[in-house]
Design a protein around this ligand. Structure first.
Ligand code: GLN
Length: 463
């Protein structure tokens, strides 16, 4: 299976191209899509994405197709309104061809938690595509589309991008409206973008960015131009300081992943950047903090699925039994676990011990990012994940699955923009490198990523 052709311009990838690719044998059975709109056609809008097919994660509300969050509880649900990010893509001329598979309510790192079966990694069908936006990542990696939307609460775009060998971006919290993104953990949730290349991901993000009066947390700031100009000169990154945080390169990191990061850092130096060792000391607390705050917010956000207003209902002779039946039958195991965990950490007597402490550590993590960026560091560079794509069923212990999010949840806790791009291969599987930037500095991140993409060869590790 070939990776998306980096050199094909986006404009040549038409809807017809998407369907012909979709119908090829090696794409069949990936289970990347939960719903398709075979009749979707170019709208005639002469925007920057005129006629370009896009795929949308199934937790973003669309008028034309159901929005299920890969959950039984929302089976067949069609939203009466559309997510702002989706509307902005359509306003630019893009054509929504389908909704993509995901971990139920975006809870997971493998897309195995979907109520509609897992998505397979297009590069190796015995492996997961990552998650929770695994369907969108597989749709791009298999060449059906070159642009797709996902969502990020704790790495759900960057990690599947890394596992599938494509580009994935989580913007600054507030850069993109969350209106119409089904809430998981509202203080961490973002709409994110997958692209076959850095420039395509940047164009997608630029298109969906901006203030929206339907989301009071969307930032009222001008949207800068994000698509990087083609690098010119021998040292296009001269003057750029890239921090290498030591906590993201632990002694037990897979030496082949460490070697790829080192090669990428050397390339950044060759491009003119200065690489500086820095420290983000509270990094090891990020996973426990994330897995307290995210379930706490989820337990509140998911209270609305009660069988009354929408979604699946189990009829019963009293209200309480109807709630219990609908929720027990509607939610899968991982979602149930998170609701229980979240309810527990918010309950009287445990609130101070868990939730309040987690909030304090979150502030500490945010401050550590701020002080590194205030010291003259423009970007951080790290591995995106500690391992390449794992096998379906390999991480059966939820705790092990949570630990795999170690390098990605930090950016969501701090609200900073971050992205993953391919930097090499380990046994034929892609490895992702991650850039993180100060709040609202996506343009610098894309500039460095594009220069790296243009000059780094994607090869097997030699370590
Ligand atoms: N893997 C993380 C989780 O399970 C992140 C998910 C996400 O970003 N939506 O919560």
């Amino acid at each position: 299976m070939s990776q998306p052709d980096v050199k094909t311009p986006l404009a040549q990838h038409t809807v017809a191209h998407a369907w012909s690719r979709f119908d090829e044998a090696d794409v069949q059975g990936l289970n990347a899509f939960l719903a398709l709109d075979r009749d979707a056609a170019a709208s005639g809008v002469e925007g920057t994405l005129a006629g370009i097919p896009v795929a949308i994660k199934d937790n973003l509300a669309t008028l034309t197709l159901p929005t299920t969050c890969a959950s039984r509880v929302l089976e067949g649900y069609v939203s009466p309104f559309e997510a702002t990010a989706v509307r902005k893509l359509r306003d630019a001329g893009a054509v929504v061809i389908g909704k993509t598979n995901m971990d139920e309510f975006a809870m997971g790192s493998s897309t195995e938690n979907s109520a509609y079966g897992p998505t397979l990694n297009p590069l190796d069908r015995s492996r997961v595509p990552g998650g929770s936006s695994g369907g969108s990542a597989a749709a791009v990696a298999s060449g059906v589309v070159r642009l797709a939307l996902g969502s990020e609460t704790g790495g759900s775009v960057r990690q599947p991008a890394a596992f599938c060998g494509i580009v994935g971006v989580k913007p600054t919290y507030g850069r993109v409206s969350r209106y119409g993104l089904v809430a998981y953990a509202s203080s961490l949730d973002n709409v994110g973008v997958f692209g076959a290349t850095v420039a395509e991901a940047a164009l997608g993000l630029e298109t969906i960015s901006g203030h929206d009066h339907f989301d009071s947390t969307s930032a009222d700031l001008p949207v800068p131009s994000m698509v990087p100009a083609a690098a010119s000169g021998e040292r296009p990154l001269a003057g750029l300081v890239v921090g290498k945080p030591r906590e993201y390169f632990p002694d037990n990191l897979d030496p082949r992943i460490a070697a790829h990061c080192e090669r990428a850092l050397q390339q950044l130096i060759a491009l003119g950047a200065e690489v500086r060792d820095v420290s983000l000391p509270s990094t090891d607390l990020a996973v426990p903090v994330y897995y307290i705050i995210a379930p706490a917010e989820a337990s509140s956000n998911l209270a609305r699925y009660d069988g009354v207003r929408y979604g699946a209902r189990v009829e019963a002779d009293n209200l309480r039994s109807m709630y219990e039946g609908s929720r027990s039958k509607g939610f899968g195991e991982e979602v149930t676990r998170r609701i229980l965990l979240g309810t527990y950490v918010l309950s009287a007597g445990y609130y101070d011990a868990y939730y309040k402490r987690a909030q304090a550590v979150r502030t500490l993590i945010t401050q550590e990012f701020a002080s590194v960026f205030a010291s003259g560091v423009h970007l951080l560079f790290t591995p995106t994940t500690p391992t390449p794509a794992f096998r379906l069923g390999e991480l059966s212990d939820p705790y092990e699955m949570y630990l795999s999010d170690i390098f990605t949840v930090t950016a969501n806790l701090a609200g900073v923009p971050a992205m993953s791009q391919p930097i090499g291969l380990v046994d034929g599987l892609p490895v992702g490198g991650q850039f993180m930037a100060p709040h609202f500095d996506e343009p610098t991140m894309f500039r460095a990523a594009a220069a790296l993409e243009a000059s780094l060869s994607i090869e097997e590790a030699t370590a």
